[in-house]
Structures are given as C-alpha cells and as structure tokens.
Design a protein around this ligand. Structure first.
Ligand code: CA
Length: 215
C-alpha cells in the first residue's frame, strides 16, 4: 500500500518494524547508516520515511533537512522533550521513542499516511486525469464515464501502482469484503478499464497472480 524507507542502525529493531509494516501490506526498504539513509531518502519513490536520530555518519536530524515532500516519523531512544520539539520543528510528522509498542508504530504510520495522502486529489498519466474527490476521469480533456466499481478499481490500482495485486486482493480492496465468488469479476472490470481508457499497456497481467498498474 505504501512504500516505506526504514533508516535504523539497530538491525533487530529495523527488522521488527519491517516485519510488522509488511504484515499490514506496506513495502519496506531498509538502510542501516546515515549516508545510505540520506542517499535513499531523497529518492522520490517513498511515501514515508521512518528515521532513527542516532545513526552512524549522519544523524536523522541532518537527514531530514534534505527531505522535501516525504513525511517522516522519527524513531529514537532520545526521550528528552527538546529533541521531540526539535524533531517536529524540523518538519517531522510524528515522533516515537524507544522502547515503543510496535502496534502503536503501525497505527502512527497509518495516521500519517492518511493525513498526507488526503492532499492527493488527482492523478495524471498519459493524458488521463483522475479526480478522486468528485470521482471523475478525463482523457485529453473529454470525460470518460466509469461505473462506480470501475472507478474504485482504478483508484486501487493507482494507489498500489507498480505492485502486483492478486485477484483476491483486488476483490477485497474494491468490493470491500471477502468475496468468495468468481475472480473473473475482476478480469471483466480490468478489461473494461483497459478499453475505456486505452491503457492496456499500463495494466499488465501478472502471470498466475493478477494485475499490476505500471507507471
Ligand atoms: Ca540508532
């Protein structure tokens, strides 16, 4: 669901964070020192960075100075309130101190993503503009009419772009319940999206799995 970078030099803690975030469907990348953290965190591909403060080479406080759009949650052993204030002043979205409850971390990740993603009101590619708030789609300025489930499916594909999604997962995300029925429902809707928007080359069939929206 989200691509998350974990910058943390204690491998056991990093692995624990990764394990739990992956359980709820996020995709994680781990780096273990400040220079790798800085190099990786400035790449535009992350939705969120979990950033330790005390790191070899560069501190988390140094790294955040270089970040512009990506939300940051500091995770650190430092618990003095001036560090917390400094972290938040530097632009962090949240601050959590070790030892922490992993479920709390997962919840805070969810909360920060909800906040930061609420700003995403539209998505554009190949002359297509998808407006999420009024649920309209335009191609080269002309409105393309999608049925409600077709729009939901498109939104799920965009939110999970470049990830392979199984038919079962798509059923669950789009139809919002554990649909025991036929996964051909998904295939039919995918076909319609491909045709209506002429995006066959964007929605790839993933052999034996499902689909991936490539962008
Ligand atoms: Ca550390």
């Amino acid at each position: 669901m989200a691509k998350i970078l974990i910058v943390e030099d204690e491998k056991a803690i990093s692995d624990l964070i990764r394990f739990n975030l992956e359980l709820v469907g996020h995709e994680c990348t781990q780096v273990f020192d400040g220079s790798a953290g800085l190099q990786e965190a400035v790449k535009p591909k992350y939705d969120l960075v979990i950033l330790d403060v005390m790191l070899p080479d560069h501190s988390g406080f140094d790294i955040i100075e270089y970040l512009e759009d990506v939300p940051v949650i500091f995770v650190t052993a430092r618990s003095q309130s001036q560090d917390r204030i400094k972290g938040l002043r530097l632009g962090a979205d949240d601050y959590i101190t070790k030892p922490f409850d992993i479920i709390e971390l997962v919840e805070r990740v969810k909360a920060v993503l909800r906040r930061t993603r609420a700003d995403v009101k539209s998505f554009e590619f190949d002359g297509i503009r998808v407006e999420f708030d009024n649920r309209r789609v335009y191609k080269d300025g002309q409105e393309i009419f999608l049925k409600p489930r077709e729009f939901d499916l498109l939104q799920v594909l965009i939110n999970n772009r470049n990830l392979a999604l199984s038919r079962e997962k798509l059923l669950k995300l789009v139809w919002e319940f554990d649909y025991e029925g036929d996964t051909r429902t998904v295939d039919v809707h995918i076909q319609r999206l491909r045709q209506k928007l002429s995006i066959s080359d964007r929605i790839k069939t993933v052999y034996k799995i499902g689909y991936r929206f490539e962008i």
